[in-house]
Design a protein around this ligand. Sequence first.
Ligand code: EPZ
Length: 417
Amino acid sequence: MSKLIIEGGKRLCGKIEVQGAKNSALPILAATLLTGDSSVIHNCPNLSDVNITLNILRYMGCEVKKDGATVYVDSKCADKYDIPDELMHAMRSSIIFLGPMISRFGRARLTFPGGCELGPRPIDLHIMALRLLGVEISEKHGVLECSVPDGLHGAKISLSFPSVGATENIILAACMAKGTTIITNAAREPEIVDLADCLNAFGARITGAGEGVVIIDGVERLSGTMHTIIPDRIAAASYMAAVAATGGRVLLDHVIPSHLGSIIPVFEESGCTVSQRGNAILLDAPTRLHAVSFLRTMPYPGFPTDAQPPIMAMLATARGTGIFVENIFESRYKHVCALERMGAKIHLEGKVAVVEGVPELYAAKVAAPDLRGGAALVVAGLRASGVTEITGVNFIERGYEDIELVLSELGASIKKI
Ligand code: EPZ
């Protein structure tokens, strides 16, 4: 098991290029199954979650090649409509294959995705929606058996919660359904827009992605194309938090500032100056941040839940007290006890976390509880005086490409052993 060794207390300065978006790459790679053709996907981040997705495509019979950040997928010979247990459990988001498999093969068999570290991860909205599209789904012993006796047909689907994964699965299943599908209360994340842009380049007819109502007119077939994945707004926010925690200054290249619309004001309220230059952002942090009085996570365009852990770590040493409310996942505070071991003062009350800023954090041996919680511990370790050891690096590698190299380029003393 590898671990990260961080000698904190160094002011981070410099320039980094932000990786491609993990939460775009996963559904877009799954979407290549729909074409039965060759596709080229650029700016694909080198992450364990992406590699698991590529292995699932290979298992299904696709030809997959990776050349740096470019992935070539030829799904002509794909013929497997089930995902083996070990691959399903390796990555919770493999549920995103459900829509493409049903659309391509008329069948799908997969196990319930592991309830992961963020609390139970129900898929009731996915199942409700797919049934409306004509899918028969039975669940026995944790295995979902799906079939479409009369084929997929359009439907009016209203989501009780703007679930990102459910919105993506509906769009993927509806692209070649007979007739029109209308999703109301759809998720509006930029990764949904990126998926729709890619599918429209394949020949789909999707309008309204990024809005609350998405309309998909079913087409006969889709063909391969070339697509470039958008930059990862959560990775950008995480690196901004790392630099701001050390009172540093960073130029982030390859970002889309509008995707950070609810994140930049948080950095500004904490005392950072943030200026936008085209597809770059310049962040300049004071030596000590001010607390952000109130931060609630919401579906996009609200403040993203994925940025909550690293930004909480950054604000652990701010001047003053701030309140976080985590509205998306029911247990996304697993990083708090490790932060407290490093000297943070955080009081948890259900969805609410009260963060009382302390002047310093102290190095400790800590374990990453999940992907974004791991990023929070990296942020804290960069600030803390002394040498922090972080185990559970496999969680961090799911979402951050070469994090130790990126941070070293900014002057951090960090190594993976
Ligand atoms: C996506 O997860 C992202 N993952 C998550 O990022 C992100 O935190 C989340 O969206 C919210 O933005 C990928 O895109 C691969 P949801 P997803 O369906 O689709 C409940 C990261 O760190 N829900 O919007 O699973 C669910 O329990 C990851 O990169 C149901 O109740 O999120 C949760 O409380 C973590 N029933 C809430 O909705 C359902 O059928 C949000 O879930 C589906 C979801």
